[in-house]
Design a protein around this ligand. Structure first.
Ligand code: NAD
Ligand code: IPM
Ligand code: MN
Length: 358
């Protein structure tokens, strides 16, 4: 039976980059026997414009019925003054929570062709291959109480950092399972010197480690981890951390690879259902200009093929095609350097389509 993919283009550059990724899926359907049905729906600001809600019931019903979801990005300055429940970002958090997508895999891999595009010296990043495993449905993102209120004659803002041991255990297990298939090393990132929540995180990580004699576990405080990522990123194999630290560290890691426009992600539940999206946002500064890099979204399709559609063969085909266009010297503006050919979103997508046959 065909698998169902729900496409949520979202806002800003979302429709531009998702458009190219959907073309890739189309070629895989027509020429490589990928058996999927595509549907689309609204999430984020476009959904607010249409219905007043960032995660409308119609989208929820389709998302629950889908085997996999492909998302562009949500948000934009025109929505930043809306009441919080109607903000596009709330729609994204709501779909992650609704589908129980607790495991966010954010690989940061340096394509050799882009080593010179990194903010770091090429020798520091050449061959880099790290996997950030970010918890996605807990932490300060969802903790209660939260709000802004009057206390003692002034406003106070508050959020709650909270994790249960079961939430920590399941994400740390994901990291250990991943490490087993890679370099065999997990580094757990916390702030246990200050925060009780992350003391529990460290304790539970140690407990999980007892079941994985073949994988080594180390711990690092998040401030040091942020520094080590730019000092010597190749020391890491799998990094596992909570929602907010993972958000920040993965944007930082993206620049090791040359651009945030290169980093895909998979957000998985316990059964292989997933949502796939680039780690970047809706990039309002370049939206509508046709210059956004579609490769993170196309590489997210590769992750979808691998994790939700059981087509690792096609995932590799897509990844090879991306590598081929980089070999050809094609670069969107974010990864461009002298001697390369600057192309827009559609031309980059078309080059990937052409390279799928290689
Ligand atoms: P951003 O990731 O959208 O943009 C940061 C910078 O990176 C910008 O200069 C942008 O032009 C550039 N950039 C991002 N993606 C690119 C691409 N594919 N190609 C070339 N350049 C790219 O982050 P921001 O500006 O902080 O946020 C903008 C909006 O996006 C906000 O509303 C934010 O809430 C939202 N956001 C959404 C998601 C998501 O949907 N998953 C993720 C992050 C931010
Ligand atoms: C991301 C984004 C989101 C997050 C926002 C838009 C809610 O930054 O996917 O990394 O913080 O998780
Ligand atoms: Mn982010």
């Amino acid at each position: 039976m065909s698998k169902k993919i729900l496409v949520l283009a979202g806002d800003g550059i979302g429709p531009e980059i998702v458009g190219e990724a959907v073309k890739v899926i189309g070629v895989l359907q027509r020429e490589y026997g990928l058996d999927v049905e595509l549907d689309s729906a609204l999430l984020g600001g476009c959904a607010v414009d249409a219905s007043g809600e960032p995660y409308p019931a119609a989208t929820q019903a389709k998302a629950r019925a889908a085997d996999a979801v492909l998302l562009g990005a949500v948000g934009g300055p025109q929505y930043d003054t809306l009441p919080r429940p109607q903000r596009p970002e709330r729609g994204l958090l709501a779909i992650r929570k609704d589908l129980n997508l607790f495991a966010n895999l954010r690989p940061a891999m340096v394509y050799p062709q882009l080593a010179a595009a990194s903010s770091l010296k090429p020798e520091l990043v050449a061959g880099l291959d790290i996997l950030i495993v970010r918890e996605l449905t807990g932490d300060i993102y969802f903790g209660e109480p939260r709000g802004i209120e009057q206390r003692n004659g002034e406003r106070v803002g508050f959020n709650t950092m909270i994790y249960s041991e079961s939430e920590i255990r399941r994400i740390v297990r994901v990291a250990f399972e991943a490490a087993r298939k890679r370099g065999g090393r997990v580094c757990s990132i916390d702030k246990m010197n200050v925060l009780e929540t992350t003391q529990l995180w460290r304790d539970v990580a140690e407990e999980v480690a007892r079941d994985y004699a073949d994988v080594s576990l180390s711990h690092m405080l998040v401030d040091n981890a942020a520094m080590q990522l730019v000092r010597n990123p190749k020391q890491f194999d799998v990094m596992v951390t909570g929602n907010i630290f993972g958000d920040i560290l993965s944007d930082e890691a993206s620049m090791l690879t040359g651009s945030i426009g290169m980093l895909p992600s998979a957000s998985l539940d316990e059964h292989g259902k997933g949502m796939y999206e680039p780690i970047h946002g809706s990039a309002p500064d370049i939206a509508g200009k046709g210059v956004a890099n579609p490769l993170a979204t196309i590489l997210s399709v590769a992750m979808m093929l691998r994790y939700s559609l059981e087509r690792a063969d096609l995932a590799e085909r897509v990844e090879r095609a991306v590598s081929r266009v980089l070999d050809q010297g094609l670069r969107t503006a974010d990864i461009w350097s002298a001697g390369c050919e600057k192309v827009g979103t559609v031309a980059m997508g078309a080059a990937v389509l052409a390279a799928l046959a290689d």
